[in-house]
Design a binder for this molecule. Structure first.
Ligand code: M6R
Length: 591
């Protein structure tokens, strides 16, 4: 979380502001820019969005070196004083930071009472340390500071002592980019790929120095490192949209599923040797939030045709648990951004213990892809809304393809079943397009839901993960209280919460479980709750949202779409900022 940027080149302030607009999805509590000129560093920062910074930034004169930040608060309240950049006490260094300096209290103590802190953040410590460590050589001061910090950090530094930019990187992402117009450090490869001709992914525990001669990398002891530069894949140009990114991204689902299927086929499918596939004992699907839900969903589906144990695990839980991660365990690390710290840490753990690692991601050059042995792109295209939508649908389709391929290699999936499901994917775009075109019912339902005290989502087996995803979407953008439950579990406690102010969304796509869902619906309606059913079937006493009939292995890719739309329309009806919900950020790069 937090977007950091620093550039050298003509028009550095304007360039930094432009970059912050692209990085804003990483955090939008506050924003700021520091401009370095001969003998001084000027700072402009504010609580609030980059748009507010843009109104104020004209107070900064244009210059050739600038750094900028867009914040998602971890330490210290959301206010201008806690916004980055931070200056050292003598004003000679300025820093922006993404991550958490875990030993900042200890370092603050070491700095002593003479150092006056202007914020409650951990980050400011780095600026004061640089001043303390400077003895005539900036690089030495940066290296010394790097050795003192513990935690996760990408820090970009400007100083009055020279025109270079410096960076310290451990765990949090940092890209170096070079173009004809200048050079930069940035949190996100997508953000630089449309102007940089050459980029490098800064390795962990590295100090980087950016000057007119290019970028030099060092380990924390000062030994030079060789880091490869490459031409970046051009990211789609960031366009502003009329309306919200979330709705635009939902509308893109049909087209993106087509592209993703073609992309998967082009990539050659599952790159596992016959021997690796044969020896497998278990599969793990690991991610956070929506990415975790996609693993949960596909595990429920693939269990029907893979004779293997399949576990879906939340990345932050996996790290501290004791799952078997040997060479007979296949791990799919699922992450739209490829930068989620919990997922990357989990992948690092598995890499050390010899498990087979796959990144399933929308960002083919990311921290996750560098840790995992193999990568499969989900081809969802850039996703800007904090609420993930099209990435989820593409994750489901891609994971289904990967696990189908595995089933075929292991002989548990027949060619006929493979073709049924693979061919069935061709019907998804149209089925989803129809749901999107007929959103009127969802807009009306949103009006009835928006005043509910709570919204429960229920489903059984493969419909339960869909319930989880629908509930997550609703709570994160509408702020309504919402929970997802396996439908059969309600009677073990949660039924106590049912009353007329509660709404229940019942997802039912499995013929064999239809009658069971009918009973669950009666249980809640008889306690006064109102029910919306999302199903190809109609249920007594429930308002129906009718789904098209789809192959059961693919039903989740379709049934989630009305839930994504419902969440969107409820949030709109409540006047929420749909694309940038409170307290959240798109990319969560702290553990
Ligand atoms: O980039 P990732 O897929 O790793 O992100 C994981 C979660 O942070 C993310 O899916 C989050 O739950 C979304 N905001 C949900 O809409």
């Amino acid at each position: 979380m937090c977007g950091i940027f620093g550039m050298t080149g003509v028009g550095a302030v304007a360039g930094t502001l432009k970059a912050l607009k692209l990085l804003e999805y990483r955090g939008y509590d506050s924003a700021g820019i520091a401009a370095r000129r001969e003998g001084r560093i000027d700072i402009c920062k504010t609580e609030g969005r980059v748009a507010k910074l843009e109104e104020l930034v004209c107070s900064l004169k244009e210059t050739d070196v600038a750094i900028g930040h867009t914040r998602w608060a971890t330490h210290g309240a959301v206010c201008t004083a806690n916004a980055h950049p931070f200056l050292s006490q003598n004003g000679k260094f300025a820093i922006v930071h993404n991550g958490i300096i875990e030993n900042y209290l200890e370092l603050k103590k070491k700095l002593g009472d003479d150092v006056h802190f202007t914020s409650q953040t951990d980050s400011e410590t780095a600026a004061h340390l640089l001043e303390r460590n400077y003895q005539g050589n900036v690089l030495d001061a940066v290296l010394h500071t790097a050795r003192q910090l513990k935690g996760s950090f990408a820090i970009v530094i400007t100083t009055v002592y020279d025109e270079k930019l410096y960076a310290i990187k451990s765990k949090s992402p940092l890209i170096a980019g070079i173009s004809q117009k200048g050079a930069c450090f940035c949190s996100d490869i997508r953000c630089v790929s449309h102007w940089a001709t050459s980029v490098a992914v800064t390795p962990d525990n590295t100090v980087a120095e950016l000057s007119s001669d290019g970028v030099r990398f060092f380990d924390f002891s000062g030994n030079p490192l060789s880091v490869p530069f490459f031409a970046p894949e051009k990211a789609e140009a960031y366009e502003s949209v009329e309306g919200d990114f979330m709705l635009k991204e939902i509308r893109e689902i049909p087209a993106r599923l087509r592209i993703a299927k073609e992309g998967y086929v082009r990539s050659g499918g599952l790159h596992l040797s016959a021997e690796e596939a044969r020896r497998l004992k278990r599969i793990y699907l690991i991610g956070c939030g929506t990415a975790y839900n996609s693993g949960l969903q596909v595990a429920a589906v693939a269990r029907q045709w893979l004779n293997l144990d399949i576990f879906s695990v939340i990345a932050s839980e996996f790290i501290y648990d004791n799952y078997i991660a040997d060479g007979r365990s296949l791990f799919f690390f699922i992450s739209q951004s490829g930068e989620t710290a919990d997922t990357v840490r989990a992948a690092e753990r598995v890499t050390k213990s010899g498990g087979l690692t796959y990144a399933v991601t929308n960002t083919s050059e990311s921290s996750l892809t560098f840790v995992c042995k193999r990568t499969t792109n989900i081809y969802a295209g850039a996703e800007y809304a904090v609420a993930s939508t099209k990435a989820y649908n593409c994750q489901l389709q891609t994971l289904t393809l990967l696990l189908l391929d595995l089933g075929r290699m292991r002989g548990s999936v027949s060619d006929a079943l493979y073709m049924e499901i693979f061919g069935g994917m061709n019907f998804l775009p149209e089925a989803i397009g129809d749901i999107i075109d007929n959103s009127r019912i969802l807009i009306n339902l949103a009006e009835t839901i928006k005043d509910c005290s709570a919204v429960f989502y229920i489903g059984r087996t493969a419909d339960y993960p869909t319930a989880c995803e629908g509930s997550l979407k609703l709570k994160e953008i509408s702020y309504l209280h919402s929970e997802a439950y396996p439908a059969g579990e309600l009677k073990h406690g949660t039924l106590a919460l049912m009353d007329p102010a509660v709404a229940v969304v019942a997802i039912s796509t499995c013929d064999a479980l239809r009658d069971k869902m009918a009973s669950s619906i009666t249980e809640v309606t008889s306690r006064g709750a109102r029910v919306i059913s999302v199903s190809p079937d109609v249920f007594t006493d429930a308002t129906p949202v009718i789904l098209p009939k789809i192959h059961p292995a693919l039903a989740g890719i379709v049934s989630v779409v009305p839930l994504q739309l419902l969440a969107y329309y409820v949030a709109k009806a409540l006047g929420r900022d749909v694309d940038k919900p409170r307290n959240l950020a798109k990319s969560v790069t702290v553990e």
